[in-house]
Ligand binder design. Structure first.
Ligand code: PA5
Length: 449
């Protein structure tokens, strides 16, 4: 049985193996603190043991609720933002057919998203699309008060009630929120929606393996038990009893920390050669950016899809400012086979590739790029995923979460809060005239004069 694997050899020109191993104890202590709840943010560590402790009854409840939504709906709209959006989007995009939106007689509903922006045209076009199909809503907000999803839910709920009537609309809405606090909990209890709880000890960006991610993923028709099994395997492979040299989360965390601290590498680019991983990168950017970017510290998280972006950002990565390193995700075995055919005329001069699989060309592009980038003083960490399925995605999600917790502690920040996110919200509320923000409204008006 294979697992996802890590290779850091292409960083050794920058950080020596011995310097990485000299952090063995720090990484162990950081990892142990995640399990013993003994450092900053210790009230947000429910995700650490979650793959082990998830109850059979909750899995069944999620599966049954998803089956009910699937039966009723051609489209399920998932309303949420940040951690209440990106995990589900990442897993579904990684697994679904690239063109599922065009497939007639789909077995499972199409999952669309709302409330992840406040773009008027996006919501308008979504509402137009929903007019002619059967649909349901999953609304997700831990706090139950986040503006973006609250606006989308207000509008889509009213459309749903107008289309199906209030009673049937209730059967088509599932809420995922706090057990007691917030406007969404109140509304959900009052209206009698089916609901799931996000426990107090799991923050948004660490919540993909709770109903937040699992219900939309199950509604899309994917196997959440396998996702949890993958996460459980990674829980075992990265727990503090593992030796440092075998613990890929600890090694990844230390390597990126040393590249940042000792080599002035301020930007980590998550690279993929498998375009369906685009949203895994978006999820990862939030996980690391929001967990580490505080107190004037933290790597800036960026992402590219190769080879697409070799034709846009490739020049900068090869030759621009040397403040970055890459973490490359590669999928060993594609699901399908496409062979490049011979051509008698060979006008495109591609016959040297005839008979080869596209994946072989992709792999050579990956190896060639990695060599070119290390020559260009860009260290490369590699993560290999044996194949794209629920199990390995579960391993990968848990791997990144665990490494992020360890990284945050190495950096001496609290990886489980996000105080900086409030700044834009306060200004927006003041500008929109929300009660309680009058002083700030005046201050902003003076600044904008
Ligand atoms: O990681 C986090 O806590 C945030 O990104 C939240 O997930 C995001 O702000 C959405 O919050 P909520 O689920 O409360 O609407």
């Amino acid at each position: 049985m294979k697992n996802i694997s890590l290779n850091i050899e292409k960083t050794f020109d920058f950080v020596s193996q011995s310097s990485i191993f000299s952090y063995e104890n720090d990484a162990f202590r950081a990892n142990e603190a995640l399990h013993t709840l003994t450092r900053a943010g210790n009230d947000f560590l429910g995700w650490v043991t979650l793959p082990q402790t998830f109850s059979e009854s909750e899995i069944k409840d999620i599966e049954e609720t998803a089956a009910n939504l699937r039966e009723k709906s051609e489209i399920v709209v998932v309303i949420g933002i940040g951690g209440s959006y990106l995990g589900a989007k990442a897993v579904i995009s990684a697994l679904e057919n690239n063109f599922s939106h065009l497939q007639k007689n789909r077995k499972n509903p199409l999952i669309l998203f709302a409330g992840q922006n406040i773009c008027e045209d996006y919501l308008f076009e979504l509402r137009e699309t929903l007019k002619n199909v059967s649909y349901s809503l999953i609304v997700i907000s831990k706090s139950g008060t986040t503006t973006e999803p609250a606006i989308a839910f207000r509008i889509l709920k009213s459309d749903l009630e107008a289309k199906y009537g209030k009673e049937e609309a209730k059967n088509r809405i599932v809420a995922i929120t706090d057990k007691a606090k917030g406007a969404l909990r109140k509304l959900s209890d009052q209206e009698g929606y089916k609901s799931f709880i996000i426990t107090d000890d799991i923050g948004g960006r660490y919540s993909v393996l709770t109903p937040v991610g699992l219900l939309p993923i199950a509604a899309a028709g994917f196997n959440i038990r396998e996702l949890l099994n993958g996460a459980k395997t990674m829980f075992e492979l990265t727990n503090p009893s593992q030796k440092f040299e075998n613990n890929i989360a600890a090694i990844y965390a230390v390597t990126r920390y040393l590249l940042y601290k000792n080599c002035d590498k301020k930007v980590e680019i998550l690279v993929n050669y498998y375009s369906k991983l685009h949203y895994v990168s978006e999820w990862w950017k939030q996980l690391y950016g929001e967990s580490e970017g505080k107190n004037g510290k933290g790597l800036f998280t960026a992402s590219v899809n190769f080879t697409t972006d070799l034709h846009s950002l490739g020049q900068y990565i090869q030759d621009g400012e040397r403040h970055l390193f890459e973490t490359v995700l590669s999928v060993q075995k594609p699901q399908f086979e496409t062979i490049i055919p011979p051509d008698e005329q060979n006008l495109d001069q591609l016959n040297y590739l005839a008979g080869k699989r596209m994946s072989e060309v992709n792999k050579m592009a990956e190896i060639g790029t990695m060599l070119a980038h290390t020559d260009g003083r860009v260290p490369c960490i590699s993560i290999e995923i044996p194949e794209m399925n629920e199990f390995y995605l579960g391993e990968m999600l848990y791997f990144f979460e665990k490494a992020c917790g360890i990284s945050g502690y190495l950096l001496e920040v609290n990886p489980f809060d996000q105080p900086g996110v409030e700044a834009y919200k306060n200004n927006m509320f003041a500008l929109l005239g929300k009660a309680g923000y009058e002083t700030l409204t005046q201050e902003i008006k003076n600044r904008l004069k």
